[in-house]
Write a protein that binds this ligand. Structure first.
Ligand SMILES: Cc1ncc(COP(=O)(O)O)c(C=O)c1O
Length: 451
């Protein structure tokens, strides 16, 4: 049975919702004792739509996309933002990315299918995956995607054969493992060979892959890709990765004459999950990326490439919250108080998966201080099914609406049907209007695959 460790530093923090500004969706505000997002009373939303429910602040998502695109373009004209659909995908989300002028990073046939159904421009799609199936490659090539990021030699051969059969040409990038491991606060330079993703530099695989890609029929090598990690606070890690990539690109030019037109730097910009977190903003991120590209390419006399970044979390995480209804309060004297809610690891696996931390409030007591210390437990048959451990909260009673912040990324997209739980719906809220973008599953959905 999983043991849930105590956080020895945890205590009630007496904060009210206002004090949590850094994790709140942009339009969050407290009116009376209640939390509103996008002009919508979330307590009423929970009562009328049912819980668990994901709520996303549309203005926040659009604002993040818009400000990142303009922060990059104002410094470096030839830049693109490819939203990483793995963070959260639905047709409405994909359509919004298109409206804001973004490209789209998909990492499976399913994400590509949703992009197609949303009418997203296939030319603006970047396809990822370390072991794309043959069917996924066929679908991507036949759909006319802009770029496929090739992860291994076998895939290069498969794409080349498929494109040749079709008498077409597929634009590709090669995924490079640059040997940088970004920690939240610093980077580590490693041998970089121990990754399931991409071609290592030190082993010579990267240069070999570039040579083979240049010779392969049916493909046109546009450039290189790297992704150094996720939830990165130390922007220096991105600058270091750009330096390593520029070194590789310069030596490739010497060895093969190949000039890299496209440089895709992956995602990874960190965001605030807790009130004390101090992430960088998109302006600082754009400044570091663009100045490093100009500096490192300039120093090697390389032509400036088209620069793409692939943010997921930093676009949607803080936009989203999850609403639950408190069902039970279990006080174990001298040990802890569990607050049990009507969801859990099926809608938010991040705590069980990697000890993620969040902030939460009771949305119907949003003006009150968080004067108790509790553990929020889910309803599933696992002791490790917890969402927040030793967290400050307003005094809870059954029927209260719990709001967990920063759940817009890697929550719905990682949701499961464990315990045959139906997955929650997603609503976008904006200017007082609620737009359902994914409906809550029903038992009929659970039966759909039964034969
Ligand atoms: C290739 C690639 N691009 C982009 C992302 C998005 O990263 P993030 O959500 O941290 O911005 C990931 C995340 O794993 C990734 O693997």
């Amino acid at each position: 049975m999983a043991h849930i460790a105590h956080d020895p530093d945890a205590r009630p923090d007496m904060r009210t919702t206002h004090d949590l500004r850094v994790v709140l969706p942009r339009t969050a505000e407290v009116r009376g004792d209640r939390l509103f997002i996008g002009g919508v009373d979330v307590v009423e939303l929970a009562q009328t739509r049912g819980t668990a429910l994901y709520v996303m602040d549309e203005a926040h998502i659009r604002g993040q996309l818009r400000s990142l695109i303009s922060a990059l373009r104002s410094r470096y004209e030839r830049s693109e933002v490819a939203y990483a659909g793995k963070a959260f995908t639905s047709k409405a989300m994909v359509a919004l990315v298109g409206e804001e002028g973004g490209c789209l990073d998909v990492s499976s046939g399913g994400e590509l299918a949703i992009a197609r159904a949303a009418g997203f421009s296939m030319k603006r799609v970047v396809v990822h995956g370390n072991n794309k199936t043959l069917l996924e490659l066929v679908e991507a090539i036949d759909a006319g995607v802009g770029r496929i990021v090739v992860d291994c030699f076998e895939e290069l051969e498969r794409i080349s054969a498929l494109a040749t059969e079709r008498a077409s040409t597929q634009a590709i990038l090669l995924r490079i493992a640059p040997g940088i491991v970004a920690d939240t606060h610093e980077y580590l330079q490693t041998g970089g060979e121990d990754s399931k993703f991409g071609f290592g530099i030190a082993s010579g695989a990267a240069l070999d892959a570039i040579r083979r890609a240049l010779d392969a029929p049916g493909v046109v090598l546009k450039g290189l890709h790297c992704h150094i990690g996720s939830q990165i606070f130390a922007l220096d890690s991105f600058a270091k990765a750009i330096e390593v990539m520029a070194d590789l690109i310069a030596s490739v030019r010497t060895e093969t004459g190949f000039i890299t037109e496209d440089l895709d730097l992956g995602g990874g910009l960190g965001i605030a999950y807790q009130a004390a977190d101090k992430p960088s903003d998109v302006e600082q991120f754009a400044e570091v990326i663009t100045s490093a590209v100009k500096r490192e390419f300039g120093a090697r006399d390389l032509p400036l490439p088209l620069v793409t970044v692939e943010p997921g979390r930093s676009i949607v995480a803080n936009a989203g919250v999850t609403l639950y209804t408190v069902g039970a309060v279990k006080e174990i004297p001298g040990i802890r108080t569990y607050i049990a809610v009507d969801g859990g690891m099926t809608d938010n696996i991040r705590t069980a998966l990697y000890d993620a931390r969040y902030e939460s409030i009771l949305a119907n007591k949003a003006d009150q201080p968080r004067s108790t210390l509790v553990t929020i437990a889910g309803k599933h048959c696992e002791s490790g099914d917890v969402i927040l451990i030793d967290t400050p909260l307003q005094p809870a009673e059954p029927g209260d609406t719990l709001c967990v912040f920063t759940t817009g990324a890697y929550n719905q997209s990682m949701a499961s049907n464990y315990n045959r739980q139906v997955r929650p719906g997603v609503v976008f809220v904006k200017d007082g209007i609620v737009r359902e973008v994914l409906r809550r599953e029903t038992y009929d959905d659970l039966m759909r695959c039964e034969v």
